[in-house]
Design a protein around this ligand. Structure first.
Ligand SMILES: [Zn+2]
Length: 317
């Protein structure tokens, strides 16, 4: 009798324990299911990202992940945000440019698209123009999208000595001082640098531009001269350099050019329109055209390997 009762109690205890275990298992399973369906991985999968993309997105920074979670599937999000010079403010413009590119070819060069949109090259020259930020002083950007204030005439313009230049040339005072230091350093290395062109007034630039426009047409004029208020020469910070016995086009084959390639940035100058970057700068390669930025900035631009338009868009704008 006692034995049977004991067995019954034992049986009840086992049932209770099993029941408790089942409940625990159910709770854990529910939590797991809940966790799965509310997980970032699940949500990203539901939006349409594949396993590889999800892994990338989970490692990406918060802003990228949030963008992915809050929008429809976007196959450009990962490749675009991976680009070194990607800027969030240009996101929609990058996508628009990608779609425009895809109408013509099926190859997308993300680096090229980011570079172009950053410098506004997704727009035609002289469209979407804005006044440049004059507070940037020596670092002001002047190109086919950023203009100087109307009929701008800079202060601190000085005459360049005939010792350093051909003809009557003027330059920004600071730029000229830096040039003199560079001139002397080059001289020590047996190189003679000669300024062939410097500051150009609004009126002079307008005359040149209008002449081309009248003789030919606007397209031709735009291809050969900057519009007034859009020329770097009007800042007093740009100069064309040549050496004995050469004109502009031959300058790239001279030792003077090689010397400048190696040293100009140390004195605050950069080659403004490099080879292969015509579509970014909006100008054909000009081995003779240098821009004064100041030592620190010129050094940084040189190290970046970027054109000044790209550097400005990413670091200074
Ligand atoms: Zn020039």
């Amino acid at each position: 009798m006692v034995y049977t009762k004991k067995r019954k109690i034992k049986k009840e205890a086992i049932i209770t324990i099993i029941a408790i275990i089942i409940v625990i298992i159910l709770i854990i399973t529910s939590i797991c299911i809940y966790k799965h369906f509310t997980s970032t991985e699940y949500k990203l999968g539901k939006i349409g990202y594949n396993e590889k993309e999800i892994t990338t997105l989970l490692k990406a920074d918060d802003k990228v992940l949030t963008k992915a979670l809050e929008n429809k599937y976007d196959k450009y999000l990962i490749p675009l945000t991976k680009e070194k010079y990607f800027l969030w403010k240009n996101y929609d413009k990058y996508v628009k440019e990608i779609k425009k590119t895809l109408e013509k070819s099926n190859k997308i060069d993300y680096t090229d698209i980011v570079a172009k949109v950053n410098v506004k090259r997704n727009y035609d020259y002289y469209t979407h123009t804005e006044k440049t930020d004059m507070d940037k002083e020596n670092a002001i950007l002047v190109n086919k999208y950023y203009s100087l204030p109307e009929k701008y005439a800079p202060k601190n313009i000085v005459d360049v000595s005939n010792w350093h230049a051909y003809g009557n040339i003027k330059l920004n005072n600071e730029a000229y001082e830096a040039f003199k230091t560079m001139f002397n350093a080059a001289k020590k290395d047996g190189i003679t640098l000669i300024i062939n062109s410097g500051y150009r007034t609004y009126e002079a630039q307008k005359q040149t531009y209008d002449d081309y426009k009248n003789w030919y047409d606007e397209e031709y004029a735009d291809g050969i001269a900057a519009r007034p208020d859009f020329s770097e020469h009007q800042t007093g910070l740009a100069l064309d350099i040549i050496t004995y016995g050469t004109s502009g086009k031959e300058f790239e084959n001279t030792d003077a050019y090689k010397w400048l390639q190696k040293n100009a940035h140390k004195y605050g100058f950069i080659l403004r329109y490099p080879k292969g970057k015509e579509d970014i700068t909006g100008y054909s390669y000009e081995s003779w055209h240098y821009r004064y930025l100041g030592k620190d900035l010129a050094q940084k631009v040189k190290n970046s390997g970027l054109t000044y338009d790209e550097y400005y868009a990413y670091y200074l704008d």
